[in-house]
Design a protein around this ligand. Sequence first.
Ligand SMILES: NC(=O)C1=CN([C@@H]2O[C@H](COP(=O)(O)OP(=O)(O)OC[C@H]3O[C@@H](n4cnc5c(N)ncnc54)[C@H](OP(=O)(O)O)[C@@H]3O)[C@@H](O)[C@H]2O)C=CC1
Ligand SMILES: Nc1nc(=O)c2c([nH]1)NC[C@@H]1CN(c3ccc(C(=O)N[C@@H](CCC(=O)O)C(=O)O)cc3)C=[N+]21
Length: 464
Amino acid sequence: MDRRHYLIKDASLELLVRRKTKISDDGIRGKKFEIFCEIFLRKRNGAKESAEIHRELEVPFSSRKGWNIRKSNEEPATPIPSYPKRVLFRWSSEPAGRRRLSYPRARTMRGLWAAHWRSLGRKILHSSSSSSSSSTLSSNLKLLGPNLPDVWMMPSSSSSAFRSQSSANGQTANVINGKSIARAIREGVASEICRMKETIVKSPGLAIVLVGGRRDSQTFIRVKLKACEEVGITTYVEELSEESTEDEVLRVVSRLNNNPSVNGIIVQLPLPQHVDEERIINFVSPEKDVDGFHPLNMGNLAMKGREPLFIPCAPKSCIELLLRCGVEIMGKRAVVVGRSKIVGLPTSLLLQRHHATVSTVHSFTKNPEQITSEADIVIADVGIPNLICGSWLKPGAVVVDMGTNQVQDPGVDQGVRITGDVCFEEAIKVVSAITPVPGGVGPVTIAMLLSNTLDSAKRAFGFI
Ligand SMILES: NC(=O)C1=CN([C@@H]2O[C@H](COP(=O)(O)OP(=O)(O)OC[C@H]3O[C@@H](n4cnc5c(N)ncnc54)[C@H](OP(=O)(O)O)[C@@H]3O)[C@@H](O)[C@H]2O)C=CC1
Ligand SMILES: Nc1nc(=O)c2c([nH]1)NC[C@@H]1CN(c3ccc(C(=O)N[C@@H](CCC(=O)O)C(=O)O)cc3)C=[N+]21
């Protein structure tokens, strides 16, 4: 075994690793490393425990950008030379019996140093708490690369990602709780923004451009503004009339591009017919493109070995839901129904990054039912209520329903309710897990927008 050591470093994680397999000069992708480190924990009963972490880790990208690997001659006798005594980690146990950790906010330390240790602890513990069957899960988390927030956290012990629902035939499917996952992400974002305010007296800013007065767009924007306010993101809303010209919209975007207080820009879609959507999206600065729709970001998402600055929020939340629920993606057959640029296409690209075998179903696909019924993972992004029914699904499949469709229902307040693309009542009898609508992907999409905005601000302010 080669005994040289490497220092793997990303924004907040430094690990000394011993190279296990031979590394050729052409890169480190796919190579296995052994990680040695020591971390100190305090159990719930107050007892301290020092855990040695010795794991194998497969580096997913050849990119040195995300990982920043350099050679180190240091022997990892005590890989972490000192530890902050006040960072506290609690043990909690999962219903499945697997140990999981939850992390109370360390209030006793402040500033960059505390954050460094907190996130180091989180990442290491996260990896170490995965059982062997979920080892791919932790390496998959890293696949999302530097765009992932520091605030990546396991759900708190009180919130459950699943609610089981039994059908008449006794089959039990897990209903994935997007709300609780979103809450955990929002809490993480909020605490990072607090740290940012405390340390550099700055906070992230998000601008939303709305052209015209579509009711659904106004509703979505209200939800986004409320979420921003809750976590401490400053918002700027630019409302333009339905009749605005393309140049007027471009002028607003240009002003926002040049405003240093604005770290993220969203142009709410769809735009009125006479405005060229592509031209507007192209004009948003890629560094502020928190939607991830700019061709530079989308192109980098599509190309192996490249890193987009932002990953679109809904696709990112789809992967997040799968990972948080322990669904293995690598090697699985995934079908994405829909290929739109804001959801379907980037979801397919992300699933490929996670090494799923991905098929796309669209409006010209012949026999879509046959294709979906062979899939382990089905993602619906069509915009047609109840298109995907029970017979389209393989028993035990996992379904993520991204559809958000308004349907008339005289039985509810205001006569309209939201439903997905999947016939939930039928699917629940067949699948092993499913996201509901509402309460599935939607809230996590909003949480991802907050997280992308935070990432953008961190990059702009050079805040680690
Ligand atoms: N939960 C969330 O966070 C988000 C949810 N959404 C929701 O996702 C849904 C889709 O939105 P969006 O992607 O913008 O919609 P688009 O209309 O842009 O795309 C719909 C896609 O579905 C395909 N399609 C249409 N009919 C069929 C069919 N009968 N069989 C198979 N495929 C079909 C289309 O194929 P083709 O390419 O051939 O036209 C197209 O690729 C909506 O309900 C929207 O509200 C959107 C954004 C975020
Ligand atoms: N530039 C741009 N970026 C977008 O990300 C974008 C867009 N334009 N145009 C419209 C679509 C749609 N979209 C949703 C976001 C959240 C929910 C969401 O929170 N849904 C809740 C229900 C909300 C309700 O009740 O109305 C849920 O599923 O539980 C849904 C859909 C983002 N989009």
